[in-house]
Design a protein around this ligand. Structure first.
Ligand code: G
Ligand code: G
Ligand code: NA
Ligand code: MN
Length: 254
């Protein structure tokens, strides 16, 4: 109850922060998106990871207003970057399973796009494979509506949630994001290498983009590049950074 009260307070007293982590096209080296990663700047605990408070936020329903806050802040931020003349890129927002089932999800997103003035093509939503596979028929209809808005859809933590090819081809999605658990040992573990190359091949044949997350070394990048992975994200490119550092990061790369 104490934590619940302080989560509510955190929202009211503006203690949440968003860090941004770039996604990069392996061939062109262009930044395709900045992923919004939530942090709680707790008055005494310091920066708290969402892994610590998202489960509670979901249990208490606070994930709905918190998720809406992240989405609005990220869209406003990307519109601001675009106004500053920074490269055209998406902002990617993680959607909790509770938000995916939220009745007014589409209206909320439409409202935020209108309010922020951000083009729908410059918004990406990351939805985990396990959330989508909980109810594939429901997911097909929500994903179709999101796709019709023009939003980019990525399946997060891909490889951990048992998608069948039969389901995958029904989903209106743009990108598969290979879970970092497969990427970590991809150079030394033959099972991880096999899973990674299979996901890339499957994505390519379904006309989807494939991104690998958690890329930390040149060796991992080379493996992914040789196997035709489209994009990477990870500490090798950049750790998540505050919004205020993004412009300098982008200018330095050009
Ligand atoms: O950035 P970090 O590794 O601490 O993130 C931990 C987990 O929290 C990741 O699974 C990430 O996808 C998730 N996460 C980060 N920001 C958000 C958010 O705004 N909403 C939701 N639902 N999950 C988030
Ligand atoms: O669940 P999700 O895939 O959204 O998790 C993203 C999390 O992974 C974020 O918390 C982010 O901080 C973390 N992350 C980002 N890049 C790397 C990386 O290169 N290595 C590791 N170990 N974690 C990373
Ligand atoms: Na994510
Ligand atoms: Mn992931």
């Amino acid at each position: 109850l104490l934590l619940e009260t302080s989560l509510r307070k955190a929202l009211d007293q503006h203690e949440f922060r968003i860090y941004y982590q770039p996604k990069v096209d392996i061939v062109s080296k262009q930044i395709t998106a900045m992923e919004a990663l939530l942090r709680w700047a707790h008055p005494t605990l310091g920066l708290v990871s969402p892994a610590e408070f998202i489960p509670l936020a979901e249990e208490t329903g606070l994930i709905i207003p918190i998720g809406e806050w992240v989405l609005r802040a990220a869209c406003i931020q990307n519109k601001e970057w675009q106004k500053q003349g920074l490269p055209r890129m998406r902002v990617a927002v993680n959607l909790s399973g509770y938000q995916f089932q939220q009745r007014n999800l589409l209206e909320m997103i439409r409202g935020i796009l209108e309010e922020s003035g951000l083009e729908a093509e410059l918004l990406e939503l990351e939805i985990t494979e396990s959330v989508i596979m909980q109810n594939p028929d429901f997911a097909v209809s929500v994903l179709n509506e999101l796709k019709d808005l023009g939003i980019h859809i990525s399946i997060d933590d891909f490889g951990t949630g048992y998608s069948s090819l039969a389901h995958l081809k029904r989903f209106s999605i743009n990108t598969l994001k290979i879970d970092k658990s497969f990427v970590r040992d991809v150079e030394v573990n033959s099972a991880d290498a096999a899973i990674t190359t299979a996901i890339i091949a499957m994505g390519n044949s379904l006309n989807l983009k494939v991104i690998a997350e958690g890329v930390e070394t040149e060796g991992q990048l080379n493996f992914l590049s040789e196997n035709n992975c489209d994009e990477v994200q990870g500490f090798l490119v950049s750790t998540p950074m505050p919004a205020g550092e993004v412009a300098a990061f982008l200018r330095e790369r050009c």
